[in-house]
Design a protein around this ligand. Sequence first.
Ligand SMILES: [Zn+2]
Ligand SMILES: [Zn+2]
Length: 265
Amino acid sequence: MAYTYDENGNYKRTVRCSHCWEKGHNKSSCPDRKKQLQASIKTLKERLATDEYEYDYGRENDQRRLVNVTEQLSKMMNKGKGRKCSYCDETGHNRRSCPKRKQDIGIYSAETRTYREKFLEKMREIGLGVGAIVRETIRVQKDDGFEDVAALAYVESVDWLSVDHRDKWSDNDYYYKSNCNLGLRLLGDYVNRWGEKMSKVGAVAPASVANTDNLHVSDEARERGMRGYPGVEIVSGVDSIHPPKEFFDDEAIAKWITSEIVDAK
Ligand SMILES: [Zn+2]
Ligand SMILES: [Zn+2]
């Protein structure tokens, strides 16, 4: 094994050929070895066609070698031919060149782009961005136990770049919720149940930002969402909301879709 960079600039292990010591292929697909085998076959055939042999064993030896190198070459030529693509299970191409995979990256990227456009509108409608003041329920120490209190907090960060089309609210979803993560700084002094001072907490945006198609939400789904994933309540929104540039960058979106969905492990 050796190391190299892949198309995304990540470190990647690669093979090293035990025949020519080049990186990126192994002995069974070595172009150098293929040429040598072809040359050997040609030489052996030419010699076998003549009467140059002084002894029979010389001829027999060449015949055996011819059989051997011909087998080696045909193994090399057939290698990978019957192998299935690990993405679509069809033969004749691999994952990297898979047309279905390429198509899926395109479809999901377009869906994510559309979702992100509407999602940003929803966030702007309620003024949820860095600088907004929100109310979030947190668990704090009380006597020997704890209690839940509604705390005021300042929105320090919005995890824009992990927003994708899968977050969108659809009719079949069990919980009415959003997956958009927020980083909050608490305004006020709070101590958690283990006696530690609390200053930062994570929270999620209200479910309404994920309902980008303005679908009807059943009372049950809304109730489940409020119980499990309540989302922050906006106290004072901000007028200016600007996600990072990559939020609408096609290449960055495709890269996210590829690593998180299409090639997700
Ligand atoms: Zn090689
Ligand atoms: Zn394929």
